[in-house]
Design a protein around this ligand. Structure first.
Ligand code: PHE
Length: 353
């Protein structure tokens, strides 16, 4: 076989070997087998020296062509294998993002907190400040300074949760403890007036407690918002205008307000406040028991006796107060038939708001 034929046969052999190579490691073995220092092409090229000088140029040309062709074939095979290896890695390392994932419910405010915030915003807009008092309260603030006579029925242990005072700082009144869970936010009125002389424009939201069994319209613990205004020249008209503004902001501009004479020990005169029924607009329907009106809160002009307890001059100042239940407002606004839904913690209910 001539040396040129030998070169061509080597080339064919190398091309066949490259075709069956399936990874970069074997490809390198093939390259070394043909083009390496001890490779077969190199061996043939070494033999060139023993050729007669006139044959050398032609054979040299062919051998160079074969070497270039082999190098090109190896590089192109290397490219193919590297591409295939990358494609394999993509498949092996792929992350499946089509899974549904873990669903987490975003937290949100309870409807009662939302309602409190809405009401607070209305009064902050009128320039009121926020007032505070303790939930564990003295009989003096919850009843006495609010002009409740000693025999008032709300003081009975059947209506009020009394707390045993282990410190002994507070003596028992008639066998009862004089420490209790406040039954309304009105004691905050007394705390505010003790601390501050008029002008007073205060809103006091907070929890209150009564010895009621939970039913659709009662909860043993609920939330009130107390309002107190004391200034020179405050009239019943100011109270009415303030309540009308509150009702329209919270329930909508179509609602009307009706004041009915009532009695609270700490306001005189006192009024219960009704709003026109949202279902029938006041003509009477099932949701307002045919009345056309629904009771929402208690209010009145601060009784001069209360000013006497806190040292505010009733000749110079007058004031009004009101107390509204957040659960009641929310129930009316959203048509909730049972107040217990607010405390059950059932997400199917709470999620709706
Ligand atoms: N504290 C009263 C109640 O809980 C409501 C009220 C507050 C009435 C302020 C008049 C003035 O029923």
């Amino acid at each position: 076989m001539s040396i040129v034929d030998e070169l061509r046969a080597l080339q064919a052999e190398a091309v066949a070997a490259l075709g069956s190579v399936s990874d970069l490691g074997t490809l390198e073995d093939v390259r070394i087998a043909f083009l390496g220092k001890k490779g077969s092409l190199t061996a043939v090229l070494r033999g060139l020296g023993s050729l007669p000088p006139e044959e050398r140029p032609a054979v040299g040309k062919v051998s160079n062509e074969v070497r270039v062709a082999l190098e090109e074939a190896i590089e192109s095979r290397r490219g193919e294998l590297a591409g295939a290896a990358l494609a394999d890695r993509f498949v092996a390392e792929a992350i499946d993002v089509t899974l549904p994932g873990r669903h987490r419910l975003p937290g949100k405010q309870h409807l009662i907190s939302q309602t409190l915030d809405d009401i607070v915003q209305v009064f902050l807009g009128l320039g009121y400040k926020i007032g505070e008092g303790p939930e564990v309260e003295l009989d003096y603030y919850n009843f006495t300074a609010l002009n409740h006579p000693p025999e008032h029925p709300a003081r009975a242990a059947t209506d009020t949760f009394y707390v045993r005072d282990l410190s002994g700082d507070h003596a028992a009144v008639d066998g009862e403890s004089d420490v209790l869970l406040r039954t309304h936010t009105s004691p905050v009125q007394v705390h505010v007036m003790e601390r501050q002389q008029p002008p007073i424009y205060v809103l006091a939201p907070g929890r209150v407690y009564r010895r009621d069994v939970a039913d659709p319209s009662h909860l043993p613990q609920f939330t009130q918002i107390e309002g107190l205004v004391v200034d020179e020249g405050i009239t019943f008209g100011d109270l009415k205008g303030t309540l009308e503004h509150f009702v329209r902001e919270i329930f909508g501009p179509k609602r009307r307000v009706r004041l009915r004479p009532h009695f609270f020990p700490f306001t005189e005169p006192s009024a219960e406040v009704d709003i026109s029924c949202g279902m029938c607009g006041g003509s009477g329907c099932r949701s307002c028991s045919g009345e056309g009106w629904i009771e929402v809160l208690g209010s009145g002009m601060v009784d001069p006796n209360v000013f006497g307890y806190v040292g505010i001059d009733p000749e110079r100042y007058s004031g009004f107060a009101f107390g509204v239940g957040a659960e009641r407002v929310a129930a009316l606004k959203y048509g909730i038939p049972d107040l217990r839904l607010f405390v059950d913690g059932d997400m199917r209910f709470l999620r709706q708001f």
